[in-house]
Write a protein that binds this ligand. Structure first.
Ligand SMILES: C[S@@+](CC[C@H](N)C(=O)[O-])C[C@H]1O[C@@H](n2cnc3c(N)ncnc32)[C@H](O)[C@@H]1O
Length: 344
């Protein structure tokens, strides 16, 4: 997406498996061609060492492109956690996105991670062209023909021409973006008039249904609270605060979006509620898998703690997470601002 992206790091899946023929959609099929890739021309598989020369720290693997920009690892443990989270969102929303858009033509997935959303979108909307980008090329290469991935840092100036996409999706970029208003301005410019942006961001804050009188906030002395408060402080010191949720609506309006709609998903942690047992168990697994990856770089790089001390704090917090009587949950903010009709 930025100027050096196209030359060094775009790669395409060249396969299109039988699963595609099973997908039912009212949108029809897009015939596969090199035009399917929205940003560059050649369907090649070129990955420069700059993006795959991953950095290892305290036994975990991190991205190398725009080194140290994002704090979570890109290894299998972390990626498994992302895939579980994807299933949780899909179950809770009942679909892949909530924006009222039928058959988007060109779709961009910012910070695609394992690419699971982009791939599911490509399967579900065979007439759409889906491009996912990320700092790490950890996405599979065997992907639908109408799907493409590229390595990119979305915080650098974009080179996509204005009005390149009908739908831009961004989920859980927390910690990867220092200047949200700047990113939102790029998103706004890259959308066609009437296009949609959808942002889903998990609030890094555990709440408990045991404390309704306190807005479900958990006590300060709980290890779980201390853990995520330290995470917020480290992210602030890193220059990429993770407590931006209250500002997003205003930033979106200032970027030129209109009719910003916000809904908050309450994701239960653990099987504390019979109705939400399945999601709760998945969410617990996702949180346990992702907890160390969330704090290891943050605490060691920006709070000056050792890896051992960080792991001890994390383990204490996770012990508490396992107590289903605490009725814990996390919130995800789902924002769907409509692109101004006359904008672009
Ligand atoms: C928590 S993961 C979410 C992945 C995916 N959106 C999902 O919902 O499954 C955050 C992803 O954003 C990527 N990311 C963070 N900052 C980024 C940036 N500045 N440019 C591109 N990708 C970024 C990370 O590499 C990581 O894969």
């Amino acid at each position: 997406m930025n100027s050096d992206t196209a030359s060094i790091s775009t790669y395409y899946g060249d396969g299109y498996d039988d699963a595609m023929s099973l997908v039912e959609s009212d949108c029809g099929y897009h015939s596969a061609s090199t035009d399917d890739a929205p940003s560059t021309s050649a369907a090649t598989t070129t990955i420069a060492s700059e993006v795959t020369n991953y950095k290892w720290e305290h036994g975990r693997r991190y991205h190398s492109y725009s080194e140290n920009l994002y704090f979570a690892p890109n290894d299998d443990t972390q990626n498994q956690q992302l895939e579980i989270l994807h299933h949780i969102y899909t179950i809770m929303l009942g679909r892949l996105f909530v924006s009222p858009i039928d058959c988007p033509d060109r779709v961009l997935d910012l910070g695609t991670g394992t690419g699971i959303w982009a791939i599911d979108m490509a399967d579900a909307y065979p007439s759409s062209r889906i491009l996912g980008n990320d700092l790490s090329p950890v996405q599979p290469t065997w992907i639908p023909a109408n799907c493409a991935f590229e390595v990119d840092d979305i915080t650098r100036p974009w080179v996509h021409p204005p009005r390149s996409f009908d739908f831009i999706f961004a989920r859980d970029l927390y910690g990867g973006v220092a200047d949200w208003p700047k990113l939102l301005s790029e998103v706004h410019t890259a959308l066609v008039p009437g296009g949609y942006f959808e942002s889903i961001e998990l609030a890094i804050q555990c709440k408990s249904a045991l404390f309704p009188e306190n807005n479900d906030d958990i006590p300060d002395e709980w290890p779980l609270k201390k853990w995520y408060v330290m995470g917020h402080e480290a992210a602030r010191r890193a220059g990429r605060p993770i407590d931006f949720h209250g500002s997003m609506k205003n930033w979106m309006r200032r970027a030129g979006f209109e009719a910003v709609e916000e809904r908050i998903l309450k994701i239960p942690l653990g099987g504390w509620d019979e109705n939400r047992r399945r999601v709760g168990k998945l969410a617990m697994k996702s949180m346990l898998d992702g907890a160390e990856g969330f704090c290891l770089a943050l605490f060691t790089r920006w709070l000056g703690l050792s890896a051992e001390e960080t792991r001890r704090i994390c383990t204490e917090a996770m012990k508490q997470l396992g107590d289903e009587k605490l009725k814990l949950y996390v919130e995800a903010y789902v924002l769907t601002p409509l692109m101004n009709e006359v904008g672009g």
